[in-house]
Design a protein around this ligand. Structure first.
Ligand code: ATP
Length: 299
């Protein structure tokens, strides 16, 4: 069949997915400090794509919340830029705001019940999923008729998580979402988030409770000493390094080791394509340790 050049170009334009180019977060040479004399980040470069759940890790005070606030346009870079889906975050245009939802660590809900809250705030998000919101509240066992400001801290967090997911924004940012959640709720949280990921959505979760992210995130971002020292998928990580005990690891290949409950835990070079589960706690310790062996090898 003959296809003219124009037909082919038109076909290509209308059928080539643009989401991966457009729907992403891009930090370019971003510098930020709450005062000009004390920079928290210097020349940060970072790209996050849709279709992924990123775990953002860093020590206390490393700047996780600040980095998330830069992405949400709540604080502004001193230098460089942060773009979300092609929008300058700092400009906070309506087209940017309706596609990004940020759940802060501390939540303050108004004196409204869930229906009133959705009525007043849900309208700002064109793809708001009303049925999904109430289903999630039910799953989290949060009463929909009670005044939100009278709910417990954990219950208020659950309302915000349900609301954030129901917005269906392309970017969903959660700062320490599991703080205040009890053990069964953390399990529900992981289940609900995993189900909410689509090819058009980028979810970023910051935490220092790495176990809460187990079996949930697919990529790790670590901020340390004013820099992004790691931004890799768990798949890439397990292709390159192996997590085992000192008995199993080949001594010459060990990059990092520390005492564990059942002996010495090691991170070693994965030469034999032995894919092990990424031990995020061990990896985090290795990366934030003075020795740079693991970071250098991974990057
Ligand atoms: N509004 C602010 N004004 C001035 N300094 C701030 C402000 N918010 C945070 N900081 C400082 O910036 C640094 C990074 O704080 P941030 O809250 O981003 O870290 P974090 O990695 O999220 O910490 P944590 O794990 O303890 O929540 C800290 O030294 C903090 O004191």
């Amino acid at each position: 069949m003959f296809i003219s050049c124009t037909t082919f170009v038109l076909y290509y334009i209308t059928n080539t997915p643009t989401t991966n180019i457009k729907n992403m977060i891009k930090l370019s040479n971003l510098s930020f400090g709450y005062s000009k004399n004390a920079l928290l980040f210097k020349n940060l470069n970072l790209e996050l794509q849709v279709g992924h759940i990123y775990g953002l890790l860093g020590k206390n005070g490393a700047g996780k919340s600040t980095l998330l606030k830069n992405i949400a346009g709540l604080v502004f870079p001193l230098d460089g830029a942060c773009q979300v889906n092609g929008h300058d975050a700092a400009a906070r245009l309506p087209s940017f705001l309706q596609e990004l939802f940020f759940i802060p660590e501390e939540v303050y809900l108004p004196a409204l019940n869930a229906r009133g809250f959705v009525g007043s705030s849900g309208q700002f998000y064109p793809s708001f999923d009303h049925a999904g919101f109430y289903n999630m509240l039910e799953e989290f066992e949060v009463p929909a008729d009670k005044m939100l400001n009278k709910l417990s801290f954990g219950q208020q967090k659950k309302v915000m998580i349900a609301f954030g997911l129901a917005t269906n924004t392309g970017t969903l940012i959660m700062d320490e979402p599991t703080n205040g959640l009890d053990i069964p709720s953390k399990v529900q949280f992981r289940k609900i988030i995993a189900a909410a990921l689509t090819d058009n959505r980028c979810i970023i979760i910051s935490t220092h409770q790495v176990r809460d992210l187990d079996s949930l995130i697919d990529s790790l971002v670590v901020v340390h000493n004013q820099e992004i020292v790691l931004n890799k998928s768990l798949e890439e990580i397990s292709e390159k390094i192996q997590f085992s005990t000192a008995v199993q690891a080949k001594k010459a290949d060990i990059l990092y080791q520390e005492d564990g409950d059942f002996g010495i835990n090691t991170i070693s070079i994965n030469r034999a394509e032995n894919y092990s589960k990424v031990d995020m706690e061990l990896l985090f310790n290795a990366i934030t340790n003075k020795s740079q062996a693991v970071t250098s090898y991974l990057n």
